[in-house]
Design a protein around this ligand. Structure first.
Ligand code: AMP
Length: 234
């Protein structure tokens, strides 16, 4: 299954992609996470992308497309993958479609998560992330068990440099100008499901699973939420 998590920054694409990735056992590929990892490891790519990211602008296509094309041809993507934060431009979605077609594959579903810009600003200013395992929290809606600490690895949570109000406003402008046209492009070619981003993450998850024809069934041995396809595929 090839899924695209689509939506403005702050709608919860990453959190939902992680849950789906675990349930469907296919990789979650986040361009933002890949770029941030490169910035943290001070790689050449990290040095080049940092200025764009810090200013809420898109990283140029020539640094983004090749990276994702290489990643999706890895063996672990054979049964599918979930893209989060890609495609964000028409050139990216066209390139992705062409590459998949050459392999006789296609995007199965685009999950479009929606939320008002005003609510997004509130969400992003309250967002905190774990710099070690990338888990995402919110000061009001998704609090960690211990204040300021990651539930999974106990690292100190941080605020992303691009989660300040002025940068968020720029990121939303970029989303409406450059990324939103990708949605119309996808509506003409692929299955797009629209899901409202609820304040309670679990409600959004339930709605996404329902839209995809999946059903939540219980808890895994590791204690994490585990879900199974209603058609018995996972
Ligand atoms: P995200 O974590 O998805 O919000 O991405 C953080 C930042 O990484 C974005 O604001 C962009 O600067 C950059 N970025 C992530 N994905 C892309 C992409 N597909 N195209 C261009 N820039 C991207």
């Amino acid at each position: 299954m090839i899924l695209i998590m689509f939506g403005a920054p702050g709608v919860g694409k990453g959190s939902q992609a992680k849950i789906l990735s675990e349930a469907l056992r296919i990789p979650h590929i986040s361009t933002g996470d890949i770029f941030r990892e490169n910035v943290a490891n001070r790689t050449e790519l990290g040095r080049l992308v940092k200025v764009h990211m810090d200013n809420g602008l898109l990283v140029p296509d020539e640094m983004t497309i090749g990276l994702i094309m290489d990643r999706i041809y890895n063996a672990d993507c054979k049964s599918g993958f979930i893209l989060d934060g890609f495609p964000r431009t028409l050139s990216q979605v066209e390139h992705l479609g062409r590459s998949l077609k050459a392999e006789k594959r296609s995007i199965d579903t685009v999950v479009n998560i929606t939320l008002d810009d005003a609510k997004i600003i509130g969400r992003l200013t309250g967002r905190r992330v774990c710099p070690s395992c990338n888990l995402v929290y919110h000061l009001a809606y998704n609090k960690p068990h211990n204040v300021g600490r990651c539930n999974k690895c106990s690292s100190n949570l941080v605020q992303r440099v691009d989660d300040t109000e002025s940068t968020i406003v720029r990121r939303l402008q970029v989303y409406h100008a450059q990324t939103k046209p990708v949605l119309s492009y996808c509506r003409d070619r692929y299955v797009v499901v629209d899901v409202v981003s609820e304040d309670d993450i679990d409600d959004t998850t339930r709605n996404i699973f329902r839209s995809l024809g999946l059903a939540a069934i219980g808890t895994s041995d590791e204690g994490s939420q585990y879900m199974r396809l209603s058609n018995g595929c996972a």
